[in-house]
Design a protein. Structure first.
Length: 105
């Protein structure tokens, strides 16, 4: 007749399960701040990548404008006339301004 298992033999699998759960929980709690920091750094990296792309587009636009100012006399004239509000002799300039917004009540 086999001996019946003692209470300690019955609780042993539960003890191992509890030890394993404690190990997993402590590892999770230890790495959780690092995961939050990683997420924050990835968000910052994405923001910086967007800023780099925006700055590169602006640089390309400015390089194209510099090249046009160096080589295109019509662009130079148009730029001077637009920015400095200059006109040729006997030429009229019409400026259309938006009306002011009505006052709020």
């Amino acid at each position: 007749m086999p001996a019946s298992p003692t209470i300690w033999q019955r609780l042993q699998p539960f003890g191992l399960l509890i030890v394993a759960a404690v190990v997993v929980l402590s590892a999770t709690l230890m790495f959780l701040p690092l995961l939050h920091k990683r997420r924050a750094l990835l968000t910052e990296l994405e923001r910086l990548d967007r800023e780099i792309a925006r700055q590169e587009a602006l640089e390309q636009q400015q390089r194209a404008e510099i090249e046009a100012l160096r080589t295109d006399p019509h662009y130079i004239e148009r730029t001077i006339r637009d920015r400095l509000n200059l006109a040729r002799p006997n030429e009229l300039i019409f400026r259309f301004e938006t009306p002011p917004a009505p006052p709020r009540q």
